[in-house]
Design a protein around this ligand. Structure first.
Ligand code: HEC
Length: 112
């Protein structure tokens, strides 16, 4: 019984943390066509005064999808009619697939 309970808890946790499957290539296109890039940059790198960096380590999917639907700041809201849950999953896959930035130590100008 206790084992079953633990397995159940682990399953719930995994379901909460694992983002849904998405297509990064499609996500890149949606990031452009939905206009996210206008504030967050074409590579989701963020822009000064327009929108924060979103990639390559986006916030957990549940949080991201909640924010896109009900933002609390300057960002306009996107309903499921405009950006479906599957579109969001694709965008999420694109964000995760972005390359990691090089370590600051490897950039000579930052180490003078
Ligand atoms: C008009 C500019 C604008 C557009 C377009 C826009 N955003 Fe944003 N976004 C922002 C700003 C500004 C913030 C910072 C919080 C705030 O003021 O709402 C933000 C915050 C976020 C956050 C929260 C980041 C965090 O670390 O908490 C997510 C996720 C996000 N945007 C995703 C998206 C996605 C996905 C799209 C396209 C469907 C999009 N945004 C389109 C301006 C924009």
């Amino acid at each position: 019984m206790r084992v079953l309970l633990l397995v159940g808890m682990a399953w719930t946790l995994a379901a909460q943390t694992a983002p849904p499957a998405g297509n990064a290539q499609k996500g890149r296109q949606l990031f452009q066509s939905d206009g996210c890039y206008q504030c967050h940059g074409r590579e989701a790198q963020g822009g000064l005064g327009t929108g924060p960096r979103l990639a390559p380590r986006p916030i957990p999917f549940a949080q991201l999808s909640k924010y896109v639907r009900q933002p609390t700041g300057q960002m306009p809201p996107y309903t499921g009619k405009i950006v479906s849950d599957q579109d969001l999953a694709d965008i999420y896959a694109f964000l995760q697939a972005q390359p990691q930035p090089p370590p600051a130590k490897s950039i000579p100008l930052l180490n003078n």
